[in-house]
Design a protein around this ligand. Structure first.
Ligand code: E4P
Length: 218
């Protein structure tokens, strides 16, 4: 399973990269706004900065919602760095844009996916990644993990190469459950990755090992 961090915060991206298990970054316009990144030049520079920190795919989302606009914006984003993946919303024009980029060999991440049908369409269009938002489904009393399960089944039935990028991860158990279900990638906050480290028996065991060592090596 690949680990992506879902943030535009450079310090957090550095921290995740330092851990040595980071495979990429996802951003979206809300995450960029949260960091106060605005204006075309600053936004493009920020994507370049992220690519310099991390060794892997960096999703950069288009703002346009029409085909021509998405193609223009996506081409500009893709030209920034070879790690850029053009993130495109699951709308009719977006499906056309994904097909266009797929034919040109430019990587895409189909975002805002909330149903198996949408995921099937994204794969048919040749998306590199499909992003089902599991946390947002859970937020409205729907079952995000069931969606991962359904998409896995459909993609395996037909051998689609599109990778399932479990997005809108809220906590560590989401990561573990998505791994059990065979999601190819997870993207979430750093805390959801660091939570994997934690077990009280590890802490108790280490404390005892160090105490016993001290007894004989004082
Ligand atoms: C996916 O790529 C999105 O950036 C993200 O996972 C959305 O998560 P949220 O529901 O926590 O905003």
């Amino acid at each position: 399973m690949k680990f992506f961090i879902d943030t535009a915060n450079l310090d957090q991206i550095r921290e995740a990269q330092d851990l040595g298990v980071l495979d990429g970054v996802t951003t979206n316009p809300s995450l960029m706004a949260k960091e106060g990144i605005s204006g075309k030049e600053s936004i493009l520079q920020h994507y370049k900065d992220i690519c310099e920190i991390v060794d892997g795919d960096v999703s950069a989302e288009v703002i346009a919602t029409d085909f021509d606009g998405m193609v223009k914006e996506g081409e500009e984003l893709a030209a920034l760095h070879d790690q850029i993946v053009v993130k495109i919303p699951m709308i009719k024009e977006g499906v056309k844009a994904i097909k266009y980029f797929s034919d040109k060999g430019i990587k895409t991440n189909c975002t805002l996916v909330f149903s198996a049908g949408q995921a099937l369409l994204a794969a048919k269009a040749g998306a590199t990644y499909v992003s089902p938002f599991i946390g947002r489904l859970d937020d409205i009393s729907s079952d995000g993990l069931s969606l991962i399960n359904e998409i896995r089944l459909i993609y395996d039935n037909y051998g689609f190469a599109t990778e399932i990028l479990a997005a809108s991860i809220r906590h560590t158990m989401h990561v573990i459950d998505c791994a059990k279900l065979g999601a190819d990638v997870m993207t979430g906050p750093l805390s959801s990755i660091e939570g994997l480290l934690k077990h009280p028996l590890t802490d108790i065991g280490l404390e005892k090992f160090l105490a016993d060592y001290k007894k004989t090596n004082a």
